[in-house]
Write a protein that binds this ligand. Sequence first.
Ligand code: GLU
Length: 293
Amino acid sequence: MCALALLAAGCGRAGSPPAVGPQPGKLPRYAVDQGFRLPDSATWKRAKARGHLVVGSKEDQPGMGEMNPATGRYSGFDVEIAKMIAASLGFDPRTQVTFKAIASANRETALQNGQIDYYVGTYTINDGRKKLVGFAGPYSIAGQRLLVRRDEKDITGPDTMSGRKICSAVGSTPYQRITEDYPKAVAVAYDSYAICVDNLLNKQVDAVTTDDTILLGYAAKKPRDMRVVGPQFSKEPYGIGLPKGDKALGRAMNAALTAREKNGDWKRAYDATLALSGVPAPRPPAVDRSLTS
Ligand code: GLU
């Protein structure tokens, strides 16, 4: 019984810790489209002149976008998506992509003021954001859930949040949903989910809420301390954020996503990163051509 539980959850003290980080040897290499040109895209032309792409992502979301402070290297599914797109745009992901960590609340400004060329970081496509930035995708679909301490008994889903402190990130769709649709929950906001998780472990808050992709990554790092509970209570289609109006870039990205899904790169990237949080690769969603028409 115990041995079975150990195997299933990988949570026994005697057992070895679960594999939680991407294994660099298993990450796909993306073929670079050497002759690629996109003269209709101001963003692409600027990057080409600069000699490299500057891509925004997250730095503290294990499995999705995480920076190793010892090496400065970024890893995760979002990072892989960013790299395969770069390769399709004619940039070598190993030498011609610089990552920049941008928090949820700062994504639109970073794209508007040219701080980054594009953004891949658990970024939900929605109408409000479409007024400010362009999108390609979706390349994945997540849903909002709850992360609690392992010994939590009373928070089991979105209907059990009354009077409890629920933490999320400023400028995110999950935070907005908690404040608007669940007024009995006590909403707490920080700049990032990693700060929320620290506060959960210190018992300053009772739960962390955001996309399941993000929460499962934190839970996989500390399975003895935290678990993800309850059903998904939203649909979060992830897009690649780009400067508004650069339709040529959006179309090239959608074509790149479709091609990389077809040639197996998307699945290889998923299997080497997000799958380590325990969820096998779903079928990728179809790209939405209306985003770039
Ligand atoms: N996908 C949600 C959003 O874009 C939550 C994750 C995040 O904050 O990056 O707001």
